[in-house]
Design a protein around this ligand. Structure first.
Ligand SMILES: Nc1nc2c(ncn2[C@@H]2O[C@H](COP(=O)(O)OP(=O)(O)O)[C@@H](O)[C@H]2O)c(=O)[nH]1
Ligand SMILES: Nc1ncnc2c1ncn2[C@@H]1O[C@H](COP(=O)(O)OP(=O)(O)O)[C@@H](O)[C@H]1O
Length: 217
């Protein structure tokens, strides 16, 4: 898992995880990150939930039926998986491994159960961010303005928010998404700083040795 650093120092790729109660803004922030941060690739999950208007199969999710999902689990094709809102969600393993070994970082929009599983598998390579809404009223308003779920589904998502929220302390960073631009700038700073962590920069010894040789001349 060696990535070419932007400054010429080799480093390991990282797994950048965003989680939040539904409606807090993970999808919005993920899209901005993918658009604006070179070297970052989205992990597209498989799900058994129905497609929402505007979603595209293979871009937003791989929409599969229960049988196909079970087969993916049985064949070890998923890096992690969980049941959320009575639907199954899971991360296909192969694209993540390919991206990391090609020197890219991978972005995950997954829940706390998936984050725990990734952490168990690759603690040193996981950087996790929990996104909070500014208030419960804002969260509900956002779920309504997204206008993609029925009132009943929205009620379900609101009541699950309390449970999701209870996992905030398991995350490395907490960002309050009041204003999208500010929240994006914060998430972007986290990624930029994490890319510079010494332990991840496997090429540092060689880089510094080269500098020393140049200085000794
Ligand atoms: N563990 C796990 N959770 C996932 C995965 N994909 C999506 N999720 C989570 O499932 C939850 C529901 O996602 P979704 O139905 O798209 O609704 P959203 O919360 O409005 O984005 C969110 O908390 C996602 O982060 C996955 O591959 N694994
Ligand atoms: N800071 C914000 N202020 C106002 N609306 C927002 C903000 N961030 C996201 N939204 C809107 O809230 C809704 C839910 O956001 P989304 O990114 O789909 O959340 P999640 O992926 O966490 O469920 C969307 O309609 C989105 O445009």
């Amino acid at each position: 898992m060696t990535a070419g650093g932007f400054d010429g120092v080799e480093r390991r790729g990282l797994m950048f995880v965003l989680s939040s109660p539904s409606g807090a803004g993970k999808t919005t922030l993920s899209r901005l990150l993918i658009e604006r941060m070179p070297g970052l690739k989205m992990s597209v999950s498989a799900t058994t939930r129905p497609m929402r208007p505007g979603e595209v199969d293979g871009r937003d999710y791989f929409f599969v039926d229960k049988l196909r999902f079970e087969a993916m689990v049985a064949q070890g094709e998923l890096l992690e998986w969980a049941t959320v809102f009575d639907n199954r969600y899971g991360t296909p393993r192969a694209p993540v491994e390919t991206a990391l070994s090609a020197g890219q970082d991978v972005l995950f929009d997954i829940d706390w159960q998936g984050t725990q599983q990734l952490r168990e598998k690759a603690r040193a390579d996981v950087v996790s961010v929990f996104i909070l809404p500014p208030s419960a009223a804002d969260l509900e308003k956002r779920l309504h303005t997204r206008a993609q779920d029925s009132d009943e589904v929205i009620r379900g998502r609101m009541s699950r928010a309390t449970h999701e929220l209870s996992h905030w302390a398991e995350y490395d960073y907490i960002v309050v998404n009041q204003n999208v631009d500010d929240a994006f700038a914060e998430v972007q700073s986290i990624l930029k700083a994490e890319r510079l962590k010494r332990e991840r920069r496997t090429g540092l010894t060689e880089f510094v040795r080269k500098l020393q040789r140049q200085l000794e001349k």
